[in-house]
Design a protein around this ligand. Structure first.
Ligand code: WT7
Length: 648
């Protein structure tokens, strides 16, 4: 296949391959000192640390452990104190298209008021607070307010169901929940508070005392006296000065639930010092964020991308960023292009799935093509969440970036806290579809099942050999699962990312080949097949058994395909359609609309080995509508394959 190579930018903070190699060499020579130098340069410490890495309890690593700092101080106060209080921190744009600017001084005042409000409810350092908020200044401020008082936030994406919200509140043992009356998306008001009420109905979250409600739309809400309180009432009379709580570097800044290959979603625990360092550092080196930039990360604060590249990274550097409430397709699919032109965005960071859907929209309706908008302010583009296919990369490069903006294809994960493998704009010649080279100090490598390095050009398992400051500290409440998931014994103490990868023979560039576990990536959203299976079999009236696999999808990357055995006879025709719809709606209610299977096929049984194990690799072929070519000699019921090969 012909491969295009695109040159890096002429000018960026880290300039030239030699500068990159010098940083890598510095880290290689003394890993702990390298990170300590950066932690001193990028963060302000109330108590300077004297220790860098503590690996005495590996894989429970500690960084900068005797230092104390506060994340919100680093994101707000220090800029105001440096005379940058009038600088715009956030340009907020509503779903409906109104925008307003919030300065650093204003954001600091709001965060302090919120922090004081939380304190007045008895919320203190170490408490967990769940945030279930729309994209808003108040959502970002709620996270910062928790950080300010040392409370550990756990943001739950507004698209998750009542059941998912309840599970997360209980797993975290949260004492308070911050939410909104409604959220506006695509011109529609969605009842967030209604979902909260459903989640809490019947006193099923015993640790939760307060529900704090931000009034976004003024829509009608249910109210539980003694439990619910309005945010604006809590803020009334609250002082806009709040001394930050200085916390140890290892103090948990947040939990963020994400899907694994088995069991329930896991609460990924992040530290304050190491995490904030990497959020700030990567925003500086990967995005080259300067004071003159308008930065826009389109992610939701409910995902890690929104944490690192909305709430923490850009603010830690004193940058100016867009926070957008709405969706890319409202009022039409030119919304992103229109907003880039309106706000003169210079750095734009989005997901391949959004790009692919906007390509499709522009192909079917020329009026929403980016060429109708002035995108000349852009100087750097980014991609995140899933592999970007070369065709989408080229389109993004030419039609959005005007052929002049480098694209940073950033590979990372909820667990890694920030970018792990990515081009740097002034350094790395880009090859579409490849996330290129490790961030300086990140010891990414590709190994076989025993942890031995494989040569370039040979695919294998992606690992990170040495710990890094922003890494996951543990799974909340389940250290054993942490060890088992990320540090399996056979891998020589390397961090297991869960992805497959290959390095090119010529440049040693990394390309991610996809998850090697039962985790799916649908539109950049991470989902466990087991979670969806559990949701399906929870429909005890209808479902006897279910198996879920992913299949490639042009638009969403992967699509969810479920094979279901009902408690009644296998349905066909209209009945099958009706039951499939009922089950899809059921999954949306159990987990959230993002987990709805794209296709459900019914069988009298599932393909199993004689020992009763479901043969998922066969299901993967069936889902792709490919002939089954695998060895089926161990399959107990070969006849089932023909049945499951039929779509309903
Ligand atoms: C999984 C992590 C990273 C923040 C958003 C997703 C996939 C992520 C890339 C990329 C290829 C990517 C991996 C990874 N992934 N970025 N640039 N190229 N794959 O975070 O929900 O924790 O998902 O997303 O499979 O393991 P997440």
């Amino acid at each position: 296949m012909e491969q295009h190579v695109y040159p890096p930018a002429a000018q960026a903070r880290i300039q030239g391959m030699e500068a990159y190699q010098a940083l890598c060499a510095e880290a290689e020579a003394d890993h702990a000192s390298y990170w300590a130098r950066l932690a001193r340069e990028f963060l302000s410490w109330q108590t300077p640390f004297t220790k860098s890495l503590n690996d005495s309890e590996a894989p429970f690593f500690k960084w900068f452990e005797d230092g104390k700092l506060n994340a919100s101080y680093n994101c707000l106060d220090r800029h105001v104190q440096a005379g940058k209080g009038e600088r715009t921190a956030i340009i907020f744009e509503t779903d409906g298209g109104e925008s307003r600017k919030v300065s650093y001084a204003e954001l600091l005042a709001l965060v302090c008021q919120m922090a004081n409000g939380l304190k007045s409810r008895g919320i203190k350092k170490g408490d967990r607070v769940v945030i279930y908020m729309p994209m808003s200044v108040e959502g970002v401020a709620a996270m910062q307010a928790c950080a300010r008082i040392g409370a550990t936030h756990s943001v739950v994406f507004g698209g998750f169901s009542a059941q998912s919200l309840r599970d997360r509140i209980n797993d975290a043992g949260a004492v308070a929940l911050i939410t909104a009356d409604e959220q506006m998306r695509g011109g529609k008001a969605l009842a967030l508070k209604g979902i909260v009420d459903e989640a809490l109905d019947g006193g099923v979250c015993p640790t939760l005392k307060d529900v704090i409600v931000y009034r976004r739309t003024g829509g009608a809400v249910g109210w539980v006296e003694g439990r619910d309180l309005w945010l604006h009432e809590l803020l009334q009379g609250a002082s806009s000065i709040c001394e930050p709580e200085w916390v140890e570097a290892e103090h948990p800044l947040f939990l963020l639930y994400t899907s694994g290959s088995t069991g329930k979603p896991k609460g990924v625990q992040h530290s304050t010092g190491g995490y904030l360092l990497h959020a700030a550092l990567t925003t500086s080196w990967t995005f080259d964020l300067q004071d003159s930039d308008i930065f826009w990360c389109t992610a939701d604060i409910g995902w890690v991308t929104g944490h690192s590249y909305i709430t923490y990274g850009p603010l830690a550097l004193g940058g100016t960023e867009i926070v957008f409430e709405g969706v890319p397709t409202y009022p039409d699919a030119a919304r992103f292009w229109q907003m880039i032109a309106k706000h003169k965005v210079t750095i734009f960071y989005t997901a391949p799935t959004a790009i692919r859907s906007l390509i499709k929209a522009a192909e079917t309706n020329d009026a929403v093509h980016p060429k109708h908008h002035d995108l000349s302010s852009l100087r750097l583009l980014g991609s995140v969440g899933e592999p970007i296919n070369p065709a989408a990369w080229e389109w993004y490069f030419q039609n959005v970036g005007g052929g002049r903006c480098p694209i940073v294809d950033t590979f990372w994960q909820t667990e890694t806290g920030g970018h792990m493998i990515t081009p740097l704009p002034g350094v790395t010649p880009m090859v579409p579809g490849s996330c290129t080279l490790p961030f300086p100090g990140i010891t990414a490598a590709i190994v076989d099942e025993m942890g031995n390095d494989v040569p370039n050009g040979t695919g294998g398992i992606l690992v990170v050999k040495k710990p890094w400051p922003a890494m996951i500290r543990t799974i909340w409440g389940d250290p054993e699962r942490f060890k088992k998931s990320y540090y399996p014994e056979e891998l020589k103490g390397y961090y297991l990312a869960g992805d497959g990868a290959i390095r090119s023979a010529d440049r040693g560039y990394f390309t991610i080949t996809g998850r090697i576990d039962d985790v799916l990536n649908v539109s950049g959203h991470r989902m466990g097949t087991m979670e969806i299976e559990s949701a399906l079999v929870a429909h005890t009236e209808l479902v006897a058994e279910a198996a879920v696999v992913g299949r490639p999808d042009d638009l969403t990357g992967e699509a969810i395909c479920a094979f279901v055995v009902l408690k009644r006879a296998r349905p066909t025709g209209e009945e099958a359609k009706a039951i499939a719809k009922e089950l899809r709606d059921w999954v949306a209610k159990e987990i959230g609309p993002i987990a709805k299977p794209k296709e459900i096929r019914f069988g009298d049984n599932l393909p199993k080995t004689r020992s009763g194990k479901i043969m998922r690799r066969l299901l993967r072929s069936l889902a792709k509508n490919e002939p089954v070519t695998q060895d089926i000699s161990t399959l107990e019921n070969p006849a089932i394959l023909e049945q499951l090969a039929q779509a309903n």
